[in-house]
Design a protein around this ligand. Structure first.
Ligand SMILES: Nc1ncnc2c1ncn2[C@@H]1O[C@H](COP(=O)(O)OP(=O)(O)O)[C@@H](O)[C@H]1O
Ligand SMILES: CC(=O)OP(=O)(O)O
Ligand SMILES: [Mg+2]
Length: 406
């Protein structure tokens, strides 16, 4: 089955094209074509980066702020130029979308219908940086391929749908929970993929592992996984809760919001913007939401603001992992994944330092040099520590095929 995957983020649009008929082993299939549109690169511009499994690449910059025209340009690279892998877009048999918020209604992947689109739109208020982008991606496909090609929504909330009540219910009036104000959790596609991959790499049954997965990208979250299920996670009602992130605050005392609204006349939109876009690494450092830039500012400019931002990030990550260990009553395996988790040896080693007292030890050389899809713990470590390349797109492609063939 030929499947296109769209993974829309707040500031980027990743896409991948797979021919699932080509799969020959139990390893994740590599996409024949993959593309990323990045809007953060230069003000008012979209940068499109394309690569194929045959080593062809293409880069172009467009003065396109809107997703629709950038997606159109990206699609052109599927059917023309050096990166062409299809004669015509009509060869695509199904499209899978990562949809960030599925709310209470959607606990499993579904074929997208007008009703599903209406629900994604309704839930946009809970994930304003993500759900509208998903809808634009769905519309762009309909525009080109019509409604004959099935589109499937794979929800980032689904993996956490069975959180035990003490984790899912906030200590606020209970009727709010009945109105849907509860912990949903996000990055579920990645947490679930990494849990399965960890079991595979360790040659253990997933059901016998107590896992903590650390998804550290622009958005960051932890999941505590037992019996293959998420039993706790750090993101909540929205993707703003929990760990410190690139530009999101993570958990802060809600009293701060009350104070700012009452004493400083902050509006709802001011707070939304400040907490989602201007907090986290960016807010503390005053420099950037990108961990590479934070570390460059520490190394090259001796920036004390960047150094503090880094220390808060580590402190909160260590504390979050400690909390997940308590929920799990232990830990067998710690997993690092996503942009920072996969690429940043210092974040991994600093995080692990806190758990030396448990006998968790990592091998400095493997951590620095060969971490991807490896166990970076020393042989005598009491906890396995894996770095896993998350393959959200591959997971979405498999799920899309499953839904389209049932
Ligand atoms: N090759 C790399 N080396 C170091 N850090 C990286 C690398 N690639 C990405 N990152 C870091 O990962 C973060 C972005 O993660 P990513 O998973 O790509 O985010 P998202 O999918 O949420 O957009 C940034 O802070 C960036 O600094
Ligand atoms: C849910 C979420 O935070 O996603 P991302 O990390 O892609 O922004
Ligand atoms: Mg991501």
């Amino acid at each position: 089955m030929k499947i296109l995957v769209l993974n829309a983020g707040s500031s980027s649009q990743k896409s991948a094209f797979y021919d699932l008929a080509e799969r020959q082993s139990d390893q994740p299939l590599q996409p024949l074509w993959e593309a990323k549109i990045d809007w953060t690169h230069r003000e008012g511009m979209a940068e499109i980066d394309v690569k194929t499994s045959r080593g062809k690449t293409h880069r172009e910059e467009l003065s396109a702020r809107d997703r629709e025209s950038a997606i159109a340009a990206m699609f052109n690279t599927l059917t023309s130029g050096e990166t062409q892998v299809l004669e015509d877009l009509s060869e695509i048999e199904a499209v899978g979308h990562r949809v960030v918020h599925g709310g209470q209604e959607y606990r499993e992947s579904v074929v997208i219908t007008p009703e599903v689109k209406a629900a994604i739109a309704r839930l946009s208020t809970f994930a304003p940086a993500h759900n509208p982008a998903n809808l634009e991606g769905i519309a762009a496909i309909e525009h080109r391929l019509g409604t004959v090609v099935p589109q499937v929504a794979v929800f980032d909330t689904a993996f956490h749908a069975q959180l035990p009540l003490p984790s899912a219910v906030y200590p606020i009036p209970y009727k709010w929970f009945e109105q849907g104000i509860r912990k949903y959790g996000f990055h579920g596609i990645s947490h679930e993929y990494c849990a399965n991959r960890a079991a595979h790499l360790l040659n253990r049954a997933l059901t016998e592992l107590k896992l903590i997965t650390c998804h550290l990208g622009n958005g960051c979250s932890l999941a505590a996984i037992q019996n293959g299920r998420s039993i706790d996670t750090t993101m909540g009602f929205t993707p703003l809760d929990g760990l410190m992130m690139g530009s999101r605050s993570g958990s802060i005392d809600p009293g701060i919001l009350i104070h700012l609204m009452r004493e400083e006349q902050y509006s709802v939109d001011d707070l939304d913007h400040l907490l989602n876009k201007n907090s986290g690494l960016k807010g503390v450092s005053g420099l950037s939401s990108d961990m590479r830039q934070i570390q460059a500012a520490i190394a090259n400019e001796n920036s004390s603001e960047a150094a503090l931002a880094f220390e808060i990030y580590i402190h909160r990550l260590q504390a979050g992992i400690g909390a997940m260990m308590a929920t799990l009553r232990g830990i067998d395996t710690l997993v690092f994944t996503a942009g920072v988790g996969e690429n940043n040896a210092e974040v991994r080693s600093r995080t692990c330092e806190a758990f030396r007292f448990l006998g968790l030890k990592i091998d400095a050389e493997i951590n620095e040099n060969h971490p991807i899809n490896q166990d970076i713990a020393t042989p005598d470590s009491t906890v396995r520590v894996l770095v896993i390349h998350t393959e959200e797109d591959w997971a979405i492609a498999q799920e899309t095929q499953r839904i389209c063939t049932v």
